[in-house]
Ligand binder design. Structure first.
Ligand code: FES
Length: 110
């Protein structure tokens, strides 16, 4: 079992450092949910299909993560509060490359 440490700033601006497992086929949205860093029902609404943007976060570190798919690109083009460093958390798999990864949750969709 191997974990990576990830820093997540929640929607209240509170920084959490969490251990994310790299061997459980999880994505960032699922890790954030499992630590209850956003209230139930406000994140992961579509179940990780790149269809809701409730898992939007801002990436604040220069880690190598997969490029956006067309679906993610399309969803972000319709979402609120999008910035240049916006990503959908459900589209970021937890891998050993993510040690020290830093993200901030985007505000809840209106
Ligand atoms: S959970 Fe819906 S887009 Fe990520």
């Amino acid at each position: 079992m191997s974990d990576v440490k990830i820093k997540v700033t929640d929607r209240e601006g509170i920084l959490h450092e969490v251990d994310a497992p790299t061997d459980m086929n999880m994505n960032l949205m699922e890790v954030i949910r499992s630590y209850e860093l956003a209230p139930e029902g406000t994140i992961g609404i579509c179940g990780g299909m790149a269809m809701c943007a409730s898992c939007q976060c801002y990436v604040n570190s220069a880690h190598d993560i997969p490029e956006k798919s067309d679906d993610e690109e399309a969803m972000l083009s319709e979402a609120y509060f999008v910035k240049d460093n916006s990503r959908l958390g459900c589209q970021i798999p937890i891998t050993t490359d993510l040690e020290g990864f830093e993200v901030e949750l985007a505000p809840e969709e209106p």
